[in-house]
Design a protein around this ligand. Structure first.
Ligand code: ARG
Length: 295
């Protein structure tokens, strides 16, 4: 039997929208009803956690920190594969304080033998974690976004650290500033994407690699509702409440979709995927090696 997927989440007790580093963030709208939005965010975070657990995941909660409201989006903390983590370098100064806290967390995992190696991107090489680096389990490589937050130079660092192929995707829209806002890789090999977020070359690569039968284009409404920013394991998909036809398209393909009200986090430009970080992501090569070692 395979173990439950392990997902990191961050306690939302310090969450707010107090600055603008992407076009979705409206501190004015937040301050019109600070308490109401805060309360809704606490409820939404709990609802997400419960939906993930119900779908079969194990959720590990990490405390947040005062003055770092966007820490609730740990997908940006690091890229993780095969018990190895490379910790992010944030482009926006508002989020840089998170780096040391996530580094400390992964170092503690290493000290406990849960991780074998923990590194960090070089100081000047911006890279915002799994939000811009998405593992494709079917194809055994990372799709890596660059051009908005992460820089193209980060791709070679990721490739060298993990020793796996990286498929670069240039992001061209400030509204879809992380790859996970416009790209979702599913367990069955399907890819959901929002074509307008990518350069012509990127769209071409996605079409060539994924193939028409496995490629699902999301509409404007689902993209703006952060539904592409979804968590998938097995046949389960957990996402912000879907709007358009996306739920139907995924159900048709045999996925079970759970929609959660994440409106207060969408006010910060984030959805389900970025509120989590998968800690036990493993490549087939490492899984096979571990099996041999156990035999
Ligand atoms: N306010 C956060 C930021 O702009 C939202 C991050 C969402 N994370 C993600 N992986 N899409 O950085």
């Amino acid at each position: 039997m395979s173990r439950a997927p392990s997902l990191l989440m961050v306690d939302p007790g310090h969450f707010e929208v107090s600055y603008t580093i992407n076009p979705w963030m409206k501190p004015d709208a937040w301050s019109q009803d600070r308490e109401g939005h805060f309360r809704a965010a606490q409820a939404s975070s709990l609802a997400l956690r419960q939906a993930l657990e119900k779908a079969g995941a194990e959720v590990i909660m990490m405390p947040g920190a005062a003055g770092l409201p966007d820490m609730v989006f740990p997908a940006n903390a690091a890229v993780v594969l095969d018990g190895r983590a490379i910790v992010a370098r944030f482009r926006c100064p508002e989020r840089r304080g998170e780096e040391a806290l996530f580094l400390k967390l992964f170092q503690s995992y290493r000290a406990r033998g849960l991780f074998t190696e923990v590194a960090q991107y070089p100081e000047t090489v911006f890279q915002e974690g799994a939000g811009d680096c998405i593992w494709d389990h079917t194809r055994q490589f990372f799709w890596a976004g660059y051009g908005q937050r992460s820089v193209r130079e980060s791709l070679a660092v990721t490739r060298d650290f993990f020793g796996v192929t990286i498929e670069p995707l240039e992001l061209v829209s400030p509204r879809f500033y992380h790859l996970d806002t416009c790209f979702l890789s599913l367990s069955g090999g399907e890819v959901v994407y929002y074509p307008q977020a990518f350069s012509e070359a990127g769209r071409g690569r996605i079409r060539d690699i994924v193939g028409a039968d496995k490629l699902i284009a999301a509409g404007d409404e689902d993209a703006a509702a952060f539904c592409i920013n979804a968590v998938n394991f097995g046949r389960e998909i957990v996402m912000a409440r879907p709007k358009d036809g996306l739920r139907a398209k995924l159900s048709e393909r045999g996925y079970h979709v759970t929609g959660v009200d994440l409106d207060s986090f969408i006010m910060s430009g984030g959805g389900a995927y970025c509120m989590t970080l998968r800690l036990d992501r493993a490549s087939d090569a490492a899984t096979a090696k571990a099996k041999v070692a156990r035999a």
